[in-house]
Design a protein around this ligand. Structure first.
Ligand SMILES: [Zn+2]
Length: 293
C-alpha cells in the first residue's frame, strides 16, 4: 500500500507477513468452491491464490499520523512469541521495527497503540522481549483497549489462570502493558484524536471495535477483523471460525458493508492483501471490493 493522505491524516502500513494461508472453508465454513465461483473473476489472483486456491492473508499494522499524534492500529503477531500451536507464527523474527523506522517513526515516537480486538494476531508488537522479560515496545505510548474487550479476556484468564488465553498472547502481549501502567481502558465510542473515533463492532469478539477516520471530506474505516477476507464483501453473512458470536458478527459486518457501499469511504481491513485499501461497490445483486490502486 502506498502512503494514503486522507485530508490531514497520513496512513501507512507495516507488513509483518503476506501469503496464501488458509483453505477457504477453514477460515470461512460457508466458503465452498461452488459458493466462491461466481466471484472468482475478481477474487483471483489478488485475494485467492489461483494455484493453491488458498485465501491470501496479510498481517499488518496501520501507522496513522494525524497533525498531533502518531498511532499504531493493530499490532500483528510480534517477534519471539512462543506459539507452538500456530507454527507459522512461532518465534518470528521479522523486521517490523526496521520497516517502521523506514517510514520515519521510532518506537519512542508512538503516542498511542489501539488494538481493534485482543486476538493473537492483533496484540503481538504491544511487547518485545528484553533480557527475558516482555516489555512495552512503545515506551511512551498509551495503549488503548476497549473496556468490554479487555474485561472479557481478563475474566477468562482469571477463571483459568493455568490455561493460556489466545495462545498465550494475553499473558505476553497484553498483561505486561497493564502491569507497566501503559494501558487505558476506553469506551466503544472513544475519540482517539480529532477525526479518529472508535465505534462498537461486536461479534468477531465480545468487545471488537472499528476505527473511523475523517479529515476534511475524506473518510476511511479501519475495520480490523470485522471483515477478514474480501470475499466477505460479497457475502457479509459469512462469519469466520474465529468469530465469538457468528450471528452478531454477520449482523455487524452486513451493517458496515451496507453503510459504506457505493461511497468514497476507504475500507482498510487488518488482513486484506496488497494493495489493501479499496472501496465497496455494488455489482449486480452483490457487492465487490474494488482496490484503489
Ligand atoms: Zn486477525
Amino acid at each position: 500500500m502506498k502512503t494514503i493522505q486522507l485530508g490531514d491524516i497520513r496512513i501507512d502500513r507495516i507488513v509483518e507477513s503476506e501469503s496464501p494461508l488458509f483453505e477457504p472453508t477453514f477460515l470461512l465454513p460457508d466458503a465452498t468452491p461452488e459458493a466462491i465461483d461466481p466471484d472468482r473473476d475478481w477474487l483471483e489472483p489478488r485475494f485467492i491464490d489461483p494455484a493453491s486456491k488458498k485465501l491470501i492473508m496479510s498481517f499488518h499494522s496501520y501507522l496513522i499520523r494525524t497533525p498531533r499524534k502518531t498511532i499504531i492500529v493493530d499490532a500483528c503477531v510480534g517477534n519471539d512469541k512462543h506459539r507452538p500451536h500456530r507454527n507459522f507464527w512461532h518465534k518470528l523474527n521479522k523486521p517490523y521495527l526496521k520497516d517502521m523506522a523506514a517510514l520515519g517513526v521510532h518506537p519512542e515516537q508512538v503516542d498511542c497503540v489501539m488494538c481493534t480486538h485482543l486476538h493473537i494476531d492483533h496484540v503481538g508488537w504491544n511487547t518485545r522481549l528484553v533480557d527475558g522479560r516482555w516489555v512495552p515496545t512503545f515506551p511512551n505510548a498509551k495503549y488503548l483497549f476497549a473496556r468490554k474487550e479487555y474485561e472479557f479476556w481478563d475474566a477468562l484468564h482469571k477463571t483459568k489462570p493455568e490455561e493460556p488465553v489466545n495462545h498465550g498472547s494475553f499473558e505476553d502481549s497484553v498483561l505486561p502493558v497493564i502491569e507497566a501502567g501503559r494501558a487505558v481502558l476506553v469506551d466503544d465510542d472513544h475519540e482517539i484524536d480529532s477525526g479518529m473515533q472508535l465505534e462498537a463492532a461486536h461479534g468477531h469478539t465480545a468487545g471488537n471495535v472499528v476505527v473511523n477516520l475523517k479529515s476534511k471530506d475524506s473518510r476511511a474505516v479501519l475495520c480490523g477483523d470485522t471483515l477478514q477476507h474480501a470475499v466477505q464483501v460479497a457475502h457479509p453473512g459469512w462469519s469466520s471460525r474465529f468469530c465469538h458470536d457468528p450471528v452478531q458478527s454477520a449482523e455487524t459486518r452486513t451493517k458496515l458493508v451496507d453503510g459504506i457501499a457505493d461511497t468514497d469511504t476507504l475500507l482498510l481491513a487488518a488482513h486484506f492483501p496488497s494493495p489493501v485499501a479499496g472501496t465497496v461497490v455494488r455489482h449486480q445483486d452483490r457487492y465487490r471490493f474494488k482496490p484503489r490502486e
